[in-house]
Every structure is written in structure tokens, then in C-alpha cells.
Design a protein around this ligand. Structure first.
Ligand SMILES: NC(=O)c1ccc[n+]([C@@H]2O[C@H](COP(=O)([O-])OP(=O)(O)OC[C@H]3O[C@@H](n4cnc5c(N)ncnc54)[C@H](O)[C@@H]3O)[C@@H](O)[C@H]2O)c1
Length: 244
């Protein structure tokens, strides 16, 4: 029996990368999954979903869009147990004095407002039975990353939003946790060239960069009942980089 048998999960930003790996892992473990993204390229996500993934359009910057996806979960699957706020925006790599205000605002709009809207849309429907909310932060939530002022500071906000939400919602049995990935091999922000990936791997305590499925394993744990006493926690998935 899968670890998420009988549960319903919504994953944002799941057309590719980490969100896609999480949607697949949740489906493989028995959950019914609504995989959502602003991109309409969801065929691969659905195709490898073992018949348990349905795709829907969602722009996390728009509260109505997320609310409508939560409503779809309830109509189709009878509820929502797991909300994974994964979608993210990578601002261009530039020093803070050259960062365009539009990129700063877009980072906050997707990374912070998106998580806030996700929490607000899901929580009312979890109050009766409890639930798990998982927010995608970053190693940048605690490490100052050069040329990433908007991204790193927005991910610091995600970490603190997670902790406060955990305090506010714990009494309903709603657990709110964050994941802080280190460098993961996806096409986020254009992805890493082989050269950069090799350099990052050399700097990593475990000698490699991460894969999306490394993050999916932790997202599975946090969604499952094994994490029933885990609330308001930040989980780094970075091979030890956060300890450096
Ligand atoms: N790849 C890494 O090294 C890394 C490291 C730390 C944190 N993260 C975080 O992990 C999450 C997933 O990133 P990834 O590496 O899988 O990147 P990715 O680009 O493969 O996936 C991000 C997905 O989010 C979607 N998205 C963007 N804006 C959206 C919006 N407004 N509404 C809905 N969907 C939207 C994109 O279409 C894309 O499918 C992000 O929050 C990112 O910040 C990634």
C-alpha cells in the first residue's frame, strides 16, 4: 500500500523539474494528484502519473486561479489533504543595483504571494480533517547568494511565512513545512551548464548536485502521516551545503 493511499494532493509548478517529480512520487504512492502549472505542457506529467494525475492550469499569482484548482480537487476527488506550493520564478542573475524592479516584483509575486495564495486557498478545506502544506523555499532562504537579491530574499520570506502559518494552523491539524533545496538539476532559470554543474558538485559536501527526485522524497515524507509531528520546520535538501 502506498504511503499516500486515499489522499488528494495539489502540486503547483508541476509541468517540469521538482514539481513534476513530486507529482509523480505522490501518484506512485497512491494519491490522487491535481498537477497544476502556468505552462500548458503537462502531457509528460500526466503520462507518467499512473492514471492518478489530472492536469489543470494555474497561475499562482492569481488567488482566484488557485482557489479554482482547490475547488477542482474537491469536485473531482472529494477534498484536499496535501497542498504543495512549489512554483517559483528565478530572477535574472544580476547585482542588486542592476536588478530591474519588474523582476524584483515578479519574484515576490510568484515566490511569496503564490505561497500565500496557496495556503489561503487550501487551509479552509483542511480545517476539519487536518492536512499538510509544503512550501518550496531554497538554500537561498538562509544563505546570501550573490546576484540573487530578489530570489534569495523572497525565499527567506517563504521560510518565515511557513513558520508563522504553522503556528496559526497547527490547532486544526494542518502542518505547514518548507523544503530548502540546494542546486537541483532542472531547467530553472535556464538550468546549469555542464561546467557550472561540475563546479557546484565539487563544492558540495557529497560531491554532486541534486536531482528532482531527491526533493520528491522529502516532499513525500512531509505529506505522509510519518510526518504527523513535524510542523513549522525547514528541511534542507542540499547534500549538506547549508551546513557549510
Ligand atoms: N532547481 C534548483 O536548483 C532549485 C533550488 C532551490 C529551490 N528551487 C525551487 O524549486 C521550485 C521548482 O523549481 P524547478 O527547479 O523545478 O524549476 P522548473 O523551472 O523546472 O519548474 C518551475 C515550474 O513553475 C512554473 N511556474 C512559474 N511561474 C508560475 C506561476 N506564476 N504559476 C504557476 N506555475 C508557475 C513553471 O512553468 C515551471 O513548470 C521553485 O520554487 C524553485 O525556486 C529550485
Amino acid at each position: 500500500m502506498g504511503r499516500l493511499e486515499g489522499k488528494v494532493a495539489l502540486v503547483t509548478g508541476s509541468a517540469a523539474g521538482i514539481g513534476q517529480a513530486i507529482a509523480w512520487r505522490y501518484a506512485r504512492e497512491g494519491a490522487q494528484v491535481l498537477a497544476t502549472d502556468i505552462s500548458s505542457e503537462m502531457d509528460e506529467t500526466v503520462a507518467q502519473g499512473e492514471g492518478r494525475i489530472v492536469a489543470a492550469h494555474c497561475d499562482v499569482t492569481d488567488p482566484k486561479s488557485i482557489q479554482s484548482c482547490v475547488a477542482q480537487c474537491i469536485d473531482r476527488f472529494g477534498g484536499i489533504d496535501v497542498m504543495c506550493n512549489n512554483a517559483g520564478f528565478p530572477a535574472p542573475l544580476v547585482p542588486v543595483d542592476e536588478l530591474r524592479f519588474e523582476d524584483w516584483k515578479r519574484s515576490y509575486s510568484v515566490n511569496v504571494d503564490g505561497v500565500f495564495h496557496g495556503i489561503q486557498a487550501a487551509a479552509p478545506h483542511m480545517k476539519e480533517k487536518g492536512g499538510a502544506i509544503i512550501n518550496m523555499a531554497s538554500i537561498g532562504s538562509v544563505k546570501a547568494l550573490p546576484n540573487l537579491a530578489a530570489y534569495a530574499s523572497s525565499k527567506a520570506a517563504v521560510m518565515q511565512l511557513t513558520k508563522v502559518a504553522a503556528l496559526d494552523l497547527g490547532k486544526y491539524g494542518i502542518r505547514v513545512n518548507a523544503i530548502g533545496p540546494g542546486y537541483i538539476r532542472t531547467t530553472f532559470g535556464g538550468g546549469y551548464s555542464d561546467e557550472v554543474a561540475e563546479m557546484l558538485a565539487e563544492q558540495n559536501p557529497m560531491g554532486r548536485i541534486g536531482e528532482p527526485d531527491d526533493v520528491a522524497g522529502v516532499a513525500l515524507f512531509l505529506a505522509s502521516d510519518d510526518a504527523r509531528w513535524v510542523n513549522g520546520a525547514m528541511h534542507f535538501v542540499c547534500g549538506g551545503s547549508s551546513a557549510l
